[in-house]
Write a protein that binds this ligand. Structure first.
Ligand code: MG
Length: 335
């Protein structure tokens, strides 16, 4: 069903899928889209590249563990990293609201630049637009990136096969709970720190240890649930997850219990899921755990043949329930 106007629920989960399939893709790509990946892969003779873009509208602009600048660099770098690409170039487009403090703007841009420097990424081009007060919320950033794909690696969301192992790189939900707690002054979650971080180092370590990895995806909007549903649907398989095996930090567990939210639906900016063939699962896990960002990494489930639901969760009390995409944007403006 196509609605007459854009709703907040179009921002992620099922609502976002509906917006893309009914309005965006038919208008932009009338020939139809293939498998949706984190970045577009293309060849220039002798080299394979990845190309991606992302917009950042997080509110508030600063939060424990990050800010909109760090988020823009990490989010774009991570979509390249998830396609086995070493990020090399970034474009940065700014929409600035009249009245934005110039010192704050400089701080956000230094933060973006620091991530790029640490990752060997060059900021190659950009754009700046200013809009009237009240027409934007401080600042929005759009960043596009290009990376060079690791030789011999071929990843796709359509590659998962029955028998594969499903891994997560660390505890889930910290980014979403951190931004929400700062926005809503939730004192019980004030110790939360965002997981926002560039993932190329840890994802590259995983690929070196498990070169037959099928696919990776950073668990951003819609959380781990949305990512697992997307991967299962693209590969036409059912993913079986053991709830007990999924690392959920205590502050996330507590906040979600209080707010009636599912930690699987909460956004991350420095966590990813990987699907690897069974014979490489242990080496993949060891590589993740050996990295400072992956100490809490875990094997959380397995891939089965197609079923009634894309993702099934074996709960800690012994039952089984479908793990679904969040219906819409339960936490808007999180990235
Ligand atoms: Mg992504």
């Amino acid at each position: 069903m196509t609605s007459a106007t854009v709703r907040m629920s179009h921002g992620s989960g099922k609502g976002n899928k509906e917006l893309l399939e009914t309005v965006v893709f038919p208008a932009l790509i009338p020939g139809g889209v293939g498998t949706l990946e984190d970045a577009f892969i293309f060849d220039i003779p002798g080299r394979r590249f990845a190309f991606t873009t992302d917009s950042f509208v997080v509110s508030p602009l600063e939060f424990p563990g990050g800010d909109i600048g760090k988020l823009a660099a990490c989010g774009t770098i991570n979509d390249l990293a998830m396609m086995a690409a070493k990020p090399i170039l970034l474009s940065v487009a700014l929409v600035l609201e009249e009245g934005l403090d110039l010192q704050l703007l400089a701080k956000m841009l230094r933060s973006l630049s620091a991530v790029c420097s640490s990752q060997g990424v060059r900021i190659a081009c950009g754009d700046t637009k200013v809009v009237d007060k009240g027409k934007a919320d401080g600042m929005f950033i759009t960043a596009s990136g290009i990376g060079i794909v690791k030789v011999g690696i071929s990843l796709s969301a359509a590659n998962a096969k029955p028998g594969d192992a499903v891994l997560v790189s660390g505890g889930i939900g910290l980014h979403g709970i951190t931004v929400l707690s700062r926005r809503a002054n939730l004192h019980f979650a004030s110790s939360a720190v965002s997981d926002c971080a560039p993932l190329f180092g840890i994802s590259d370590a995983l690929l070196s240890a498990a070169p037959f990895t099928r696919t990776m995806r950073d668990a951003t909007r819609g959380g781990l649930a949305a990512v697992l549903c997307e991967l299962a649907e693209s590969s036409k398989v059912c993913i079986m997850i053991r709830e007990d095996a999924v690392p959920v930090p205590a502050v996330v567990r507590g906040a979600c219990a209080f707010l009636g939210m599912d930690p699987f639906h909460v956004a991350n900016e420095g966590r990813f899921a990987a699907i690897v063939p069974p014979e490489q699962a242990e080496s993949a896990l060891a590589a993740l755990r050996a990295h400072p960002q992956g100490r809490d990494a875990a094997i959380i489930g397995t891939v089965a043949g197609p079923g009634k639901f894309p993702v099934l969760l074996k709960t800690s009390i012994g039952g089984t329930r479908p793990l679904e995409m969040p219906p819409g944007d339960i936490l808007p403006r999180i990235c």
